[in-house]
Structures are given as C-alpha cells and as structure tokens.
Design a protein around this ligand. Structure first.
Ligand code: C2E
Ligand code: CA
Ligand code: CA
Length: 871
C-alpha cells in the first residue's frame, strides 16, 4: 500500500500500544497510529482519523471497553477490520467477540502473531471492498440499462447466438402485443412467421459474421398506415470479445419521414415556382411559355405529368395546348392524356370552372367515377391530381393540371405554393396577351383585322429584298364617298362596310399579298406574280367590280365605288416608301380625273388603255369573222416549184390596215384566245385547201404556226386530230411550224408530242432556227422534217461573214440529220443564189411573194416559173 495506513488503537496503557506498534513495524507495515481510550475520543477519531485498522484492548478503566468499541466501530465503520489485542481473553469471550463482528484476536503475550493477523485482516477487508464495489457496479449497470431501455423511444431486444430472446423492452412488447414472459427464452422461429424469422436469422448471421452493426430503414405497410423505422442491429461482445448476442433497436421515424417528404415536395414546388418565374421573364411566346411551365413542373417539381389547357370560348371546352412528362413506368409521351377533352368539361375541370378554385383529387382510385382522362391517368399509375385555374382579366381562361404518383400529394401547404404558381402563370398569360395586343396593334388595323401601313411597308420591303420576281405591282384603293357614308349611317355601319370591303378584295384577288388598310378609306396591297400592266389592270377591274356589288349593312343597302393607283417596282421606285407614295399619287390622279384606276407612269396608262381596248375588240374578232389567213409560198430551189404555203394570221379590225401578228399574237396569248384562234387557223387552212381540191385543182401543202400555249396543252394532239377529221384532210398535207425556243422549253414532253404528230403523218418544221440553243443530240432525236433558218441570218448573211458561216453550218447540219432546210425572209436574188449554192432546199420571202390572201397566193404560185432568182 502506497499510502500509510491509519491504525487506531484503543489502549489505556501507552506501553502496550508501543509494543503493538513495534510489532506491526516489525511485520513491515508502515502506518500512522493514534491511541484513544475514552468513548468520546474513540468516536471522534472514527471521523477525524478514519482508520484502516482498529486494534483494541478488552478491558479499560475508562468509560469504554472492548465490546463497546466494537459495537461503535461496527455501526460507524463496518468495513474496518477490528482486532482485539488483550492480555486476557477466554475461549467464550473470543467466540462472542467474533460473533459480534471482530476480525480476529491476539493475546498480548503472543504479540508476534499481531503482524500476520493484521496483514490478513487488512487483505480480507481489501478483498471485501472490491467485491462490493463490483457488485455495486453490476447492480448500477443493470439498473442503468433497464432505465435506459424503458426510456428508449423505440423497440429494443436482445437475442443470443441461437436466436433466443434474452431481453425485450416495454415498447417492443407494446408494439408487437407480446409479453416479455412469452418471448424470453424463445427463438424467433417460435415467435414469428417463417418469412420474418428467416429475415431475422439472415440479419443475425450477418451481424455475427461481420461483427459489425447493420443499419437499415424499414418500411411497413402502405398508404396512410405506412410506417418507417430506423433499425439498428449490432453485435454484443461476450467476455472473450467475440459477438455473443445481437442487440436490436428500432426507432419509428414515420413522422420524420413524412415531414422530410413534405419538405422535399415543398422545396420541389419552390423550385418550380422560381423556374417558372424565370421562364416568365425570358419567354414572350404564350405556347412556348406554357410548355416550359409544364416541363419545369415535371423536371424540377417531380410531378409525373403536367398539362395546360386553354378555355375555348367557342366550344366551351378546355383544349390542351401544352404538356410534359412521361407516363409512370412507361417511356411514352403524354399525348393520349392530353387529347382534346369532351365538348362540355366534366369531373375535376367542371368543378374547377364552377367553383373558380383548384380542384384536388388526392386519391384518384377512390375518387369516384373518374372522367375518361382521369381513368387513363389512373391506368398509368397516377394517384393524385390537381386542376389549378388560370385566369385572364379575372376570368378563368384555362387550367394547369398536375399529376403525382403518390396519393395525398396535395396538402394544404403544397396548395398554398401551387396557387401562387397558378397566379404567376396567369400573370404571365395576361402579360403576354397585353404584349401581343400591343404588337398586334402596331401592325394591324383593329377594325378590319387587316394589316396597317407599317405591315404593308414592312412586307413590301421584304418582297423587294427577296426579289422573287422581275417586278412587283403595288395597288392602292380609295373607297369613294366613304366619309359621307360614315357620317350618314354612323361609325358601326362604316366599320362593317370596311370589313366587308376587305373580305371582298381578298376573295376577288387571292394573289394579292398583304392587303392592308392604310388610312380611313385607303386600302393597299402588292403582287409579285402576274405583274404585266394589262394583267394588273384586269385584276383591278375585277376587284372593283366585286367591291361595287350592292351590300346590305344594318338594313341599309349600300354601294361603294373605288378607284385605284398602281406603281411598279423597280420602274416606279426601288424602295417601299417611294412605291407606296407613287401608287397613292397615281390614285389621287385617278380620283381627280374620275378614272377607275391609273398607273403611276403616265405613258403606261396610254399603252395599257390601248392594249385593253385592243383586247376588248379582239374578243369579238373571231365571232365577227375579222380574222383572216394570208399565205406565203415556199419555193423548191432545185426545181423552182412551189413546195407549200405558210399560213400567217391577220386581223382586219375594220380600221383599214390589217393588224400584224407581232401585235396580235402576244395579245391572243395573254388572253388565252390563242387556243381558240389556233384551232381556227388549222381548220381554216385545211378548209381553204379543201375548197381548192373540191374544184379539182391541185393544192399546195399548208404550214400553220403553233404557239407555245397551244403546244403546252395536254389535249394538243386531240385538238389536232379533230381538226384533221373535221376537214376530212390528209395529214401529210398539213405541216406545223414550231419555233426552236418553244420546242426546247420542255424537250421531254415535246418530243412525245412530236412523235404523236409523226404517227399521225403531220410534218413538223423547226421555225426561227438558229435563235435558240438547240442541243444537237436532241435535234437528232426529234421527229421533225425540216428547219427554217431564221430571217435575221438571211438578212445579214451578205454583209456579215458570221451569218454566212452560220447559214452554211445550219444547212450542212440539217442535211447530216436528213432534214430539209428552208431559208425565210429571202428578199434578194443574190441571197437566193447564194443559198442555192450552199445547198439550201427551199426559200420563202418577199423576193417571191408577200403573204397574200389564199386566192391571190395561188395565182402567184401558178406564175412560179417567172419568180425572179430561180432559174
Ligand atoms: P414566222 O413564222 O417566222 O413567219 C414569217 C414572218 O416573216 C411573217 O411575218 C412574214 O410576213 C415575214 N416575212 C416573210 N418573208 C419576208 C421577207 O422577205 N422580209 C420580211 N421582212 N419579212 C418576211 P408575219 O406574218 O408578221 O408573222 C410574224 C410571226 O407571227 C410569224 O413568224 C409567226 O411566228 C407568227 N404568226 C403568224 N401567224 C400565226 C398563226 O396563225 N399562229 C401563230 N401561232 N403564230 C403566227
Ligand atoms: Ca412560221
Ligand atoms: Ca420564222
């Protein structure tokens, strides 16, 4: 012992005490000693000098004897060894003393025993002390364990290595409804069903093997009765440090879990809110924004699906306009769910419309008879849905539908956020609508719904920049007396009139781009195709006629007259500003001169007017028999004989002079009259020939010119066949002249048509040869019989060596292809001689004859022999 012992000796004899002391020191003990001999000093010393050992004499002269001291010591310091040291102690007293709690006794005359006795007593006391301490500790620990376990807010149990329960706490018993007495000592096989005991067994084995705790979150039940607990299985080591038992603690965390989920959902909705708010700031397009809102709800909000529908006031139905989200489990689009709803909203949507607030269904399965759409959502695994109203100007304008897989997804707190969300989307809708309205008003006329001047100007500028066609015509109209009508019948009638005019113009002139209302009674538009002045004039006339049809508005029968101004790009200006200004200037002129329309370029007015007059008269030319055919002979150079005649169209318009084809043909082509006239020319030529034959006289072959418009017609061959049949003519007496340019225009289709002609026996000559860009390979394949060298080459061949070269090449080329060559426009005998020398087969021209009426021509032919230049 490190520390000195405290030895209290009860002895009246100092010598005796010294002897004892001596004896103890001899035994090797180190100590401090105090001697007392009265009751008072003894009891005081027990506290002042708490002894590790008490030595006591038996009998003393004072108020204290050995037994009394023992009694006091036992009650005050029961653990301290008490040894009697006495000169006299009988057997009986010794037994008595031991019974009373003395540790031992030593006789004064055998004082040498004192050392060993004291040592043993001290050791025993020491041992006793540590045992009680351990007992106390064990007891304490046990008590602590039980208290701890009874206060543990969870189930606790301990099983031994064989799965027998050795401890279960009260919570455990309450939770499972089992008494400790029923389970302690039983293995889990006897307590649980096979599944659970197998599960526990596996778990215990895992813990025992790894000597590591296993933590898990256990989920029980579903729906509202669902619970979660945090289970902790851990090894409890035995004395050898190896796992001897398995402890299990399971704490119910259902509440935390629900709270956590709720917080998570709320934070998702917060994310949706902020996402949508930033989308609102970014996106100006309604449909794009609505789609984005759906996408954010699905991607950030963890809603399985979202769609937005807008209220269609015409049908009363909510029509889905945006959606996002995949179906539960499937990777399919939501399309089947966002098909148009029924004409009359039903279910939740109807409820939302009726009450003007969100309609929630937190358990779609038990929610009663679902709408078709909800039934589909249920089929796809959704359990909760909310239909949030979207408002515009205080009215319900649509809905935002959100679907969640879990039932009871929409709690009060969630709804607060979701309402905020709906309000934000509504705000955006309102904002966009206003924005669009502003944009609309900036570009449109609110009365007619047509564009305004800005829009026309803008679109015209675009058209000019794109320059899809060679010219653009800008037309501006004025509604005559509109102000008077407006003042007389009132604004409403005036507005209705303007709308009707807009409709009529659009209907009458579908090709007109961007019809706009420029000012109170000015309308304008432009066209990019059909911009020939006469065509434009036509359409302006046609449109004016349509506008002037009487109309009834509000019981008033009205009639409007219009006049128009027209300007062309690029002739009348290169920019939209100038063009519009010039068209309006032309319009003012037209108004001032009471013309139905005027072109900006003054000269054009005259030209167009002339043309239109001509056109108008031309329409009656056929029926009035004013068209005639003149004929010009073709001379065979080798023999000087007439090989045929070419029919050339003339118009005797009664003015005295004949209108030449150069003016006539383009007009006929523009008006489409060429088809009728072409048919007539073929029939007439064949007919002229037939009357001649009927007189028993020989008649030359006739060649008739064919226009591109005729050739393009799919019924071209039929028409021809019919003409031949009607005339009872032989096909080979007819030749058709088609210009090189026309033939090459659509070589594929045309060669088929030429082949059909060839099959009929009709010859084809390529007219105006040399002016186009015939490909030799095509030329060799085309079923034609002759080439007519264009007059321009013949005209210049004597002066320009290139022309001569070309003429000579054409002749040898034609011969190589077995085609005969005709030179047209031969005016001099010099030309005729050279052509003959070059091997040209036939000639045609003023040298031999002007085109002449049929009979004159035939007479001229009879005199062929005397034709100059032919020898
Ligand atoms: P084209 O087929 O090349 O006809 C020949 C033209 O040359 C005719 O002009 C004729 O009068 C003219 N001509 C003939 N010899 C001479 C000459 O020595 N000197 C000059 N300077 N001219 C001569 P025309 O009759 O005015 O016809 C012009 C064009 O009109 C024709 O050219 C033809 O392409 C077309 N054409 C005439 N009649 C018809 C018709 O019935 N149908 C179609 N589609 N086109 C026709
Ligand atoms: Ca011709
Ligand atoms: Ca010609």
């Amino acid at each position: 012992m490190e520390q000195d012992l405290k030895v209290l000796i009860v002895e009246d004899q100092a010598v005796d005490a010294e002897l004892c002391e001596h004896e103890l020191r001899r035994a090797g003990l180190s100590f401090e000693m105090r001697r007392v001999w009265t009751r008072d000093s003894f009891t005081r010393a027990l506290t002042d000098f708490p002894p590790d050992l008490i030595l006591s004499d038996f009998s003393m002269p004072s108020d204290l004897d050995g037994f009394a001291a023992l009694g006091i010591a036992r009650s005050r310091s029961p653990e301290t060894p008490f040894v009697f040291v006495s000169g006299t102690i009988g057997e009986e007293r010794a037994v008595e003393a031991m019974k009373a709690g003395a540790t031992d006794y030593v006789l004064k005359d055998r004082l040498s025993r004192l050392g060993p006795v004291v040592k043993r007593a001290l050791k025993e006391a020491q041992d006793r002390r540590s045992i009680t301490r351990a007992e106390h500790a064990l007891h304490d620990s046990e008590a602590r364990f039980r208290s701890f376990m009874s206060h543990l807010p969870g189930r606790a149990s301990i099983r031994d290595r064989d799965g027998r329960y050795t401890y279960v706490n009260q919570v455990w018993q309450d939770y499972f409804g089992l008494e400790a007495g029923d389970v302690l000592g039983e293995s889990y096989g006897a307590v649980w069903n096979t599944t659970r005991s197998a599960e526990l067994k596996a778990l215990d084995e895992r813990v025992l093997e790894s000597n590591q705790p296993v933590k898990r979150v256990v989920h029980h039940g579903a729906g509202e009765s669902a619970t979660w607990s945090l289970a902790h299985h851990f090894p409890i080591p035995g004395t050898d440090g190896k796992p001897a038992m398995i402890g299990a603690i399971s704490i119910d965390i259902t509440e935390q879990k629900l709270q956590e989920e709720k917080l998570e959902r709320l934070s998702h909705i917060h994310a949706v809110l902020s996402g949508i708010n930033s989308a609102i700031v970014r996106i100006r397009d309604r449909d794009k924004l609505l789609y984005e809102a759906c996408r954010i709800a699905v991607d950030d909000g963890d809603f399985g699906m979202a769609w937005i529908g807008m209220f269609d006031s015409a049908t009363g139905a909510i029509q889905p306009v945006a959606s996002a989200g995949l179906l539960a489990g499937e990777k399919t689009e939501t399309s089947a769910l966002v098909v148009s709803g029924p004409p009359q909203p039903t279910g939740l949507i109807a409820r939302m419309l009726e009450q003007g607030k969100p309609a929630i269904c937190n358990d779609m399965v038990r929610g009663g008879s679902p709408s078709e759409r909800s039934a589909e959502a249920i089929r796809r695994g959704y359990r909760s849905v909310v239909i949030l109203p979207l408002k515009l100007g205080g009215q319900i304008a649509g809905c935002f539908a959100l679907y969640a897989l879990e039932p009871n997804s929409f709690t009060q707190e969630e709804m607060k956020l979701l309402m905020e969300l709906a309000a934000d989307v509504s705000f955006a809708l309102e904002y966009i609508e206003k924005d669009q309205k502003l944009v609309y008003l900036a570009w449109h006329d609110p009365v007619t719904g047509l564009g305004n001047r800005t829009l026309l100007h803008d679109q015209l500028t675009h058209a000019i920049q794109a320059a899809q066609s060679e010219s653009i015509a800008v037309v501006v109209w004025d509604i005559k007396r509109f102000r008077v009508l407006n003042n007389t019948f009132g604004r409403d009638v005036g507005d209705a009139l303007l709308r009707e005019i807009g409709t009529r113009v659009e209907r009458a002139w579908p090709g007109l781009a961007c019809l706009a209302r420029l000012s109170a009674d000015y309308f304008g538009g432009f066209i990019e195709h059909g911009t020939r002045p006469s065509d434009v004039a036509h359409m302006v006339g046609h449109t004016a006629a349509s506008m002037s049809q009487p109309l009834t508005i509000d019981g008033h029968e009205l009639r409007v007259d219009t006049c128009a101004g027209i300007a062309f790009w690029p002739a009348d200006g290169v920019g939209a500003d100038v063009l519009l200004a010039n068209a309006e200037a032309a319009l003012k002129q037209a108004k001032a001169r009471s013309e139905p329309y005027l072109f900006y370029e003054a000269a054009m007015n005259a030209r167009v007017a002339e043309k239109l007059r001509l056109e108008n008269r031309l329409r009656h030319a056929l029926e009035r028999d004013e068209l005639v055919l003149h004929y010009q002979p073709k001379i065979h150079l080798a023999t000087g004989s007439v090989s045929g005649v070419e029919a050339l169209l003339r118009w005797d318009d009664g003015s005295g002079a004949l209108v030449p084809p150069s003016q006539l043909i383009p007009l006929l082509e523009e008006t489409g009259l060429i088809l009728e006239v072409g048919r007539w020319a073929i029939a007439k030529a064949l007919d002229d020939r037939k009357t001649r034959l009927a007189m028993g006289l020989p008649a030359p072959r006739v060649a008739v010119n064919v226009s591109a418009i005729q050739l393009r017609r799919p019924d071209f061959i039929d028409v021809l066949e019919k003409a031949l049949g009607d005339a009872g003519a032989e096909a080979h007496s007819l030749e058709l002249e088609i210009t090189e340019t026309i033939l090459m225009e659509n070589i594929g289709a045309n060669s088929l048509k030429l082949r059909a002609l060839q099959d009929l026996g009709v010859n084809v000559a390529i007219d105006d040869f040399g002016t186009g860009y015939s490909s030799l390979s095509y030329l060799s394949k085309l079923p034609v019989s002759s080439l007519k060298i264009d007059r321009s080459f013949i005209n210049t061949m004597m002066d320009q060596p290139q022309s001569m070269t070309i003429v000579s090449i054409i002749i040898s080329l034609a011969h190589a292809l077995h085609l005969s060559v005709v030179a047209e426009g031969v005016e001099t005998s010099e030309q005729s001689r050279v052509l003959r020398a070059l091997g040209c087969d036939e000639v045609q021209g003023f040298l031999f004859s002007q085109p002449l009426p049929w009979h004159d021509c035939l007479e001229r032919c009879n005199a062929a022999a005397s034709i100059p230049g032919v020898d």
